[in-house]
Design a protein. Structure first.
Length: 309
């Protein structure tokens, strides 16, 4: 009897729920806990809050396009990237030695370590190649015109040297009846800059671009050397008399006569003539991103990127 009472007191001290001496009157025991293996999936599904700040990428990798939307998986193209860099140097006046800038290289390496930054000579060659590609497009455009064209010329002399360049611009009306202009040449002129030299330059450019049968007029300034050039041929003399009746606003010569001063600066006067011409002319040929109301810059960049792919 004493042993039974001792066991009953011991069970009350270990079990927080009261129990009676009669086992039939005791409440049922709680079910046993589930095995540890059944709780592991639940533990796996729970993430520690620190995982929200994990630097590990989750899910499939996507390339984010210029418009901010996910794109297909990124495929790196060294040739296309070099061409993009050459166009950037043309449009934004970057120096050819930008590929030798230490921190610019570090910046690009952080974006894509696979890109091999070219040297200044390679960038210069890429710029010339872009110029040649755009020249083919402009030649096809002018060859398909059904209208006459007009030419404007201007000579620009560098303030930092005695080098002179002659800018030749073609003006025409497209099928939408809008006045268009394209720079055809920006050539270094040998000294002296007399009428004989200008005549040779004009004749060479007209034949090179196959404009002899489409030429309507030539607009020049009132310099003495231009008078000598006009007297070189009776055809140019007749054109010069006809152009006097055309209003100056129809040829937009003010843009052509100042192109050299806007583009060629002191840092670029040391470049070779072919590089200078490629920079000036290709900058005019490559279309800039147009300004459109209601369209964001990211959408315009996305459009340009898709057209070039």
């Amino acid at each position: 009897m004493i042993d039974l009472l001792f066991c009953s007191l011991l069970s009350h001290s270990l079990d927080p729920s009261p129990r009676l001496l009669n086992p039939s009157q005791n409440p049922p025991l709680p079910p046993p806990p589930p095995p540890l293996s059944s709780t592991l999936p639940h533990l796996r599904r729970r993430r520690h809050p620190s995982s929200l700040f994990s630097l590990q990428p989750q899910g499939k990798k996507h390339r984010i396009g210029l418009s901010g939307s996910p794109r297909n998986e990124f495929k790196f193209d060294q040739v296309k990237s070099r061409k993009d860099l050459a166009i950037a140097c043309i449009k934004h006046k970057y120096p050819f030695n930008i590929g030798e800038h230490e921190y610019f290289e570090i910046f690009l390496s952080g974006l894509n370590p696979d890109f091999k930054l070219p040297c200044r000579n390679t960038i210069r060659s890429d710029v010339i190649e872009v110029y040649e590609e755009e020249k083919v497009k402009i030649y096809k455009l002018l060859d398909g015109l059904r209208c006459k064209v007009s030419l404007t010329t201007d000579i620009w002399t560098s303030e930092h040297s005695h080098v002179a360049y002659c800018c030749l611009t073609v003006h025409f009306v497209d099928d939408s009846w809008e006045l268009q202009k394209k720079i055809l040449a920006f050539r270094k002129m040998p000294y002296p800059h007399d009428g004989e030299t200008l005549f040779s330059f004009m004749k060479e450019m007209i034949l090179e671009w196959n404009l002899d049968k489409k030429l309507f007029s030539i607009v020049v300034d009132n310099a003495t050397n231009n008078d000598v050039m006009i007297r070189k041929t009776t055809v140019l003399a007749k054109i010069a008399r006809d152009i006097l009746a055309v209003p100056a606003t129809t040829v937009a010569s003010e843009a052509a006569f100042s192109v050299g001063g806007r583009i060629i600066d002191e840092s670029r006067t040391c470049l070779l003539p072919d590089a200078v011409e490629a920079l000036v002319v290709a900058d005019d040929w490559i279309e800039s991103i147009p300004k459109r109301s209601g369209v964001t810059k990211a959408q315009l960049l996305q459009t340009v990127e898709e057209e070039r792919e």
